[in-house]
Design a protein. Structure first.
Length: 145
């Protein structure tokens, strides 16, 4: 049921806006991806990124292997050579942005390649404009037993 504070015309305008945004997103996705400027790409080494990814494939696995599609995503992270921590609701990865960004895409696609009909990835990213930046250990050390 719609929220009572939204009138029928407001809901209609929001629906039209949502459809317009969806159409723009689809059109943009069909275009070639933009290339990073050379100056930005050469400045990336030394920068550090922390990312958390949660994949939600449908189905999550098969009758024989309940989490097969999720496990395929984690295997891609394990093979990356980057530092990572698997948690119950997602996996945290850290490293240089030029390695983390492609890894996030590969993790998303791994679920589909493993046989999922569809997948949703929820990604959180933290980075700094300065070299270095916090590490996962820096952020959670005082909370670990």
């Amino acid at each position: 049921m719609a929220h009572p504070s939204f009138s029928r015309s407001s809901r209609f305008r929001l629906s039209i806006l949502s459809l317009s945004l969806l159409a723009c997103s689809a059109a943009r996705a069909q275009q070639a991806p933009p290339q990073a400027p050379a100056a930005v790409a050469s400045a990336a080494p030394g920068l550090h990124m922390i990312a958390e990814i949660q994949v939600v494939p449908r189905p999550a696995g098969t009758a024989d292997d309940r989490y097969r599609h999720v496990d395929a995503a984690i295997a891609v992270i394990q093979a990356s050579g980057l530092r990572y921590e698997v948690h119950g609701m997602g996996t945290v990865v850290e490293g240089p942005p030029e390695k983390v960004w492609p890894l996030l895409q590969a993790v998303h696609h791994a679920t589909l390649e493993a046989g999922a009909e569809r997948t949703l990835s929820i990604i959180k990213v933290s980075s700094s404009a300065q070299a270095g930046g916090p590490r996962v250990d820096d952020l959670v050390r005082k909370f670990r037993k």
